[in-house]
Design a protein. Sequence first.
Length: 320
Amino acid sequence: MNDSYLIQVENLRKYFPIKMGFMKYNYVQAVEDVNFFIRKGETLGLVGESGCGKTTLGRAILRLHEPTSGKIFYEGKEITHVKMLPYRRKMQIIFQDPSASLDPRMTVGEIVGEAMDIHKLYNSKKDRLDKIQQLLTQVGLNSEHSNRYPHEFSGGQQQRIGIARALAVEPQFIVCDEPISALDVSIQSQIVNMLEDMQNELNLTYLFIAHDLSVVKHISNRIGVMYLGNIVELGKSYELNKNPLHPYTKTLLSAVPVPDPIKSRSRKRIILEGDIPSPMNPPSGCRFHTRCPYAVQRCREEVPEWREMAPDHFAACHII
Ligand code: SF4
């Protein structure tokens, strides 16, 4: 295990059982044999279509979903089967829909203070209140907001409350699960900038999940691309954008809008045929073979190996 890794996952799987009849089950194979690491202080972006398993993967790392098999390491210690309470403080999550993730019956102060209570992170009532007010100011809210309820705030402000709640326990690692996709475009960049400032100030490490490559490409040091439960390519953000290796990454990149109209006209958009297959019955071999324009017979029969194609640039494809 490399000392610079904060998180590492090995052969991680998460299947959800679906009852099909008396004593009969099928399984949604949401995450399949995933391997990667996240270095301390970096942002790893994770992209892919809706339903590809990004959120499940983020939650499995935090053990909000128990992994079906595989291993999770935090600072080199395996945490797959340990009691999570000590790690809950170090590993936090910011949810996609801020209005649904905040308890409407609790005041903002109670929401932000709740985790501080669980982990006993203050010396006195005054210390608790000071910390809550400091956190609210830190995320761009007013310290007097602590007595109000979530419904009194806009979507962007609610997400700021969610961020203050995550920061309240002084975490090292945060899963940002599509934190801006439910917000107005005008607010999105404010939240992204704030997350970046927090990262620099507090030396945080992020797993930043998004369905849109154009969102993660600016804020991520490295990007992982997910398709139907597999990570198919992972590399440095610049490298992945300039020199994508996997056919699916090329497809996603061809859909990212470019501001220059001349470049935009000369670019060829790759359109995938067919729908994304069901994770209950994924295709054999390479899971992308039913839609890949380069698929050959071997792709239908053999799962491609996850290999380091260039330094810090990994992919799984038979023809690379
Ligand atoms: Fe396409 Fe085959 Fe590569 Fe899969 S392994 S991405 S089907 S070429």
